[in-house]
Every structure is written in C-alpha cells, then in structure tokens.
Design a protein around this ligand. Structure first.
Ligand code: C5J
Length: 236
C-alpha cells in the first residue's frame, strides 16, 4: 500500500497503479494566453503559467510509468449548437464564444486558441475529452472510458481551479472516484478562489476528496513503483 501525504489525511494510491489516472483540465491557449476566452472576460491570464513546469513534470512521470492520462478541452462545435444561450450570453466580455479573436474563434473546437498549450500537448494514445460544459463528465464519454479502463482514482489538475477543475472533481466524487486535487498543478485567475476551493474540497474529512502538492505524489509513486517492481521480480 502506498500513501501520499495529503490533506485532510493520507491518500491511498491503488495497489494496481493502472487504476490511477492523471486528469489535466483545459490547459488551453483560450485560458492561458492573451487574446483567448479568459482574456476576453478581463482576466490576468498570464498568472496561470506558474503551474506549467510542475504539471509537465507530473505528466512526464505518468508517461514514463505508462499510467493513464486524460486531457480535456472546453470547446464548442463551429455552429455552437452545443452551447446553450445561458452560456453564450453570459459575461458581457469583449468577445463572446464563437466570435473571431486573434487566435481564431473563441472556444470553438479546432481553432488555434482552443488547442492545448504546446508544453502539455497530448501524445497519441492519451485520452482527449472535448467538453461543452465546465465539468468533464457532462455531455462527454469520460465516465464510460474510465469504467472500461477500470480507473478508480483520479489526480485532478489544470485550470481554472474553482470553475472546470472543481466542477469536474465534484462530478467525479459523486460518481465514486477517489479524487485528489494537486495543489501546485492547478491555478485560478483569483488566488483567493484557488485557496477557498482547496479548503472546500478537503473540509469535513475530505467531503469532495484530498489535496496535496505534487511532491507528495512523486514520493508516493516512487514508493509504489518500487514495491510493484519488487512484487514482480520476487521469486515465488
Ligand atoms: C472557465 C475553465 N473558467 N476551464 N473554464 O470558464 O475553468
């Protein structure tokens, strides 16, 4: 059994590490770069960049260990038929969803601005979920994919902490997944909202799940893979 130091208490990694997936939410140019959706809503998008190096390390670790990786993108079809008026008309930003901006049409699938930032771009074989809402389960095949792969534990990362990351974690928690939000691999335009989200998640004995820094995960994964290796090589 491998435990990660976490809050409100230790997070137990599954015995079979292939049941543990890294979920990377919406690390898209639309949220991370000037000229995208986040910027159009008046946010300081560049503050999200701080998590990229640590998240890349976590992604590289999962890749090196051959563990499941899920990337999500918040996006809409070109005709916006999957974007309800309540979402389309919300916010009164400089540009609306579907409008043309410097990186193409805002939050529309396939446009340059809608892509994942190059540092974290998915590799072939990794799961990519295109989602019309804030949560990664709503209107997507994510639930059936996780079920089919036998995944039970999720490390949740990405942007923005209190919107798509938190919504996804709540959706996953209600579906029975053991979820941990990686503290230094998620970011918000509002530091106080990030802090509040981390506290809400782990309050009341972990009512939505756990939080931990990436360093705890690296340690626990190293210990778990060491014991898995010794399990494999030990003569019976
Ligand atoms: C937002 C997201 N903030 N990915 N989307 O609208 O959190």
């Amino acid at each position: 059994m491998s435990l990660a130091a976490a809050r409100p208490y230790e997070y137990e990694l599954p015995q079979d590490l292939s049941k543990l997936a890294l979920v990377i939410i919406d690390m898209q140019r639309d949220f991370m770069e000037p000229g995208g959706f986040g910027d159009a809503l008046g946010n300081d998008v560049l503050r999200l960049q701080a998590i990229v190096p640590t998240l890349k390390q976590l992604l590289d670790t999962f890749r090196a260990m051959g563990l499941p990786i899920v990337h999500t993108l918040e996006c809409h079809q070109a005709d916006l038929s999957d974007c309800p008026p309540s979402k389309l008309n919300r916010g009164k930003g400089a540009l609306k969803i579907g409008d043309s901006g410097p990186m193409g049409r805002i939050l529309v699938a396939g446009e340059a601005g809608n892509g994942i930032i190059p540092e974290l771009a998915p590799l072939p074989g990794e799961i990519v979920i295109m989602k019309p809402g804030k949560g990664a389960f709503y209107g997507t095949p994510l639930g059936s994919i996780l079920l089919e792969k036998g995944i039970t534990h999720l490390l949740i990362t990405g942007v923005t902490t209190e919107v798509c990351v938190q919504t996804t974690m709540r959706e996953a928690n209600d579906r029975g997944y053991e979820c941990l939000m990686v503290e230094d691999c998620t970011e918000s335009y509002f530091p106080e909202f990030k802090q509040a989200t981390l506290e809400m998640v782990r309050a009341q004995g972990g009512i939505v799940g756990w939080t931990a820094p990436a360093a705890s995960i690296f340690q626990a994964l190293a210990a778990a893979s060491k014991s898995q290796m010794s399990g494999v090589t030990a003569p019976v």
